[in-house]
Write a protein that binds this ligand. Structure first.
Ligand code: FAD
Length: 532
């Protein structure tokens, strides 16, 4: 614990953001870094709680009080070692994670929680600046080959871990560049793409091979992959968007959010818009919000990204609809600390200009004589709330039906499942009742022994932090399957006793097999301050 009285002396401070008028003129990130003193004070607010609930709140099990302490001491090597022992890509989570760790920070009971996400971002960027982040290729190879299909955060994390364990990893990606939604989905103003490129380069130096334009099940044969590799990880994400099949859906001017967002990512990268997966709209048509009244249907992260992008493209107006009622501004009795609170979220994109409506349903799209969208027919909803505080049923409010002008409607209502056509149907892999690839959260193994799965393809549309967590845990199971003995890859699911036991084995191994030990163990072998 850096400073025992830190949480009493300092309050939470966020880094400054570029003024709205300025930042909507470009697509770059606009959040500044904290000054040294401010960063030091933020780290000092961590109380090193006896039971750090933040560990549990973080899907990666990040060792938060320890890295806060190292930041306070300005020991950047320690801070980086501790952070990278549980998170392969803190530069992504430090920018775009909704920070469930902060929701469970003990200080959050009666004060603003520790700024964990900002601290994480600073650790990794300082580590890059100081040259602490180096390619760490395994010195001994197992001779086993693993194919990872999909290069989003789940595939990347699985690939990084399996490579660290000494296996030869080839990542197949159907798009023109690796990164999944990190590259083509999440806007540049939240995550600039050089950040993704920097990590991909590092992974390549470590020995991971990326094959792009490789759509497995379409231009790459799944049978060839099954023949060539000892194990396969399916990390293709959840890509089929939820549709709104009401009257007028086929009018010109109605698009899935992802088609709109991906085009903007490609426009910034100077790339042509190429084919999009089946089930999406005409890929050739350019989708632009410029000068239009835009309505974003869906109130989540994807919707918010459409709001930010529409404002940057110069929309005449931006409105966002949400079917559910407006969430409360703070915790209620139904969502006590340290659970993740489902409270009203106002993103930086909302701050930039957006009219938000809750409890509103779209009944029809209205077109002009040329078949172009000119408005939406909507109605207000009355929600009945159940005993546990959740919205249960709704009825339409009589007399509230009306038309709202709109020339571009963006459908951002979530994703129903992974794409089944192609890869999954050819494999014949078992699916769960929601259409995701079936595998337990403990084993990550499908009904076909050598095929594993992780990320949105297994759990449904979720978060980057969960995708990384699943990729890591899945890699551990693949490593065990490949028969290299009990996996030495770091895991959040292995109990302390088992870890200590493995630590002893690892120490014996390390003395006779120099370089065989996965480097994630580095921080745990440090002579002082082990994290548990
Ligand atoms: P993906 O990132 O979807 O990657 C899957 C990859 O597999 C894709 O590149 C795809 O092309 C490839 N693929 C699929 N099939 C094949 C095949 N047959 N052959 C080869 N390649 C294939 N989460 C957050 O935490 N914070 C955010 O701010 C946030 N914002 C988001 C904004 C948007 C617009 C969207 C859509 C999601 C957002 N999310 C956010 C969610 C997050 O991006 C996902 O949960 C996460 O990317 C899932 O990772 P994944 O690796 O499982 O899949």
């Amino acid at each position: 614990m850096g400073k025992p009285t830190g949480f009493l002396e300092f309050t939470r401070e966020s880094p400054s953001k570029a003024p709205i008028r300025e930042r909507v003129q470009h697509y770059n990130e606009f959040v500044a870094r904290l000054e040294d003193v401010a960063l030091n004070q933020q780290a000092a607010r961590c109380m090193n709680c006896g039971i750090p609930f933040c560990h549990h709140g973080c899907p990666l099990g990040n060792v938060i009080p320890e890295f806060n302490d190292a930041v306070y001491q300005k020991n950047w090597q320690d801070a980086y070692d501790i952070l990278s022992s549980t998170n392969n890509f803190p530069e992504f989570t430090g920018r775009i994670c909704p920070a469930p760790c902060e929701s469970s920070c003990v200080l959050g009971i009666n004060q603003p929680p520790v700024a964990i996400e900002e601290i994480e971002k600073h650790i990794i960027e300082i580590a890059f600046d100081q040259g602490l982040v180096k390619a760490r290729a395994p010195r001994v190879r197992s001779g086993k080959k693993v194919a990872v299909i999909g290069s989003g955060p789940a595939g990347l994390a699985a690939a990084a871990q399996l490579n660290a364990a000494g296996h030869q990893v080839i990542v197949y990606e159907r798009d023109d560049a690796p990164g999944g939604l990190l590259r083509y989905g999440i806007p540049d103003f939240k995550l600039e793409k050089w950040v993704v490129d920097r990590r991909i380069r590092l992974m390549q130096e470590e020995g991971v091979e990326f094959r792009c334009h490789a759509n497995v099940g379409v231009n790459v044969s799944i049978n060839d992959i099954l023949r060539e590799y000892q194990a396969v990880v399916l990390a293709g994400g959840s890509t089929i968007p939820r549709d709104l099949p009401v009257t007028g859906r086929l009018l010109e001017g109605i698009h899935f959010a992802m088609d709109f967002l991906k085009q903007q990512n490609k426009r910034i990268a100077g790339l042509p818009f190429d084919s999009v997966p089946p089930g999406h709209d005409n890929p050739a048509a350019e989708i632009l919000a410029t000068g239009k009244n835009v309505i974003v249907i869906g109130g989540g992260d994807t919707g918010s990204d459409c709001v930010g992008t529409s404002n940057r493209q110069g929309a005449a107006s931006v409105t966002q609809f949400e079917l559910m009622p407006k969430p409360p501004g703070g915790r209620t009795a139904q969502m006590p600390w340290p659970t993740y609170p489902m409270i009203l979220k106002t993103t930086t994109s909302h701050e930039e200009g957006c009219e938000r409506h809750w409890a509103l349903a779209t009944k029809a799209f209205i077109g002009d004589q040329n078949g172009r969208l000119k408005g939406l027919k909507v109605v207000d909803l009355e929600w009945a709330i159940s005993d546990d505080g959740r919205p249960a049923r709704f009825v339409e409010r009589e007399g509230t039906e009306r038309e709202i002008p709109c020339e571009l409607a963006l459908l951002a209502m979530g994703f129903v499942s992974p794409q089944q056509e192609g890869l999954l149907s050819q494999l014949g892999v078992e699916l769960d009742e929601r259409g995701n690839v079936k595998a337990s959260e403990k084993q990550y193994q499908t009904n076909i022994a050598k095929i594993f799965t992780a990320g949105d393809m297994r759990r449904g549309q979720s978060l980057v932090v969960w995708a990384i967590s699943e990729g890591r845990e899945c890699a551990r199971k693949v490593d065990e399957f490949l028969g290299s003995g009990p996996s030495l890859l770091e895991s959040k699911t292995v109990p302390l006793s088992a870890r200590l036991c493995k630590l002893c084995i690892a120490l014996v191994f390390s003395s006779c097999l120099d370089g065989r030990l996965p480097l994630q163990w580095g921080p745990f072998l440090r002579p002082k301050k082990p994290p548990f």
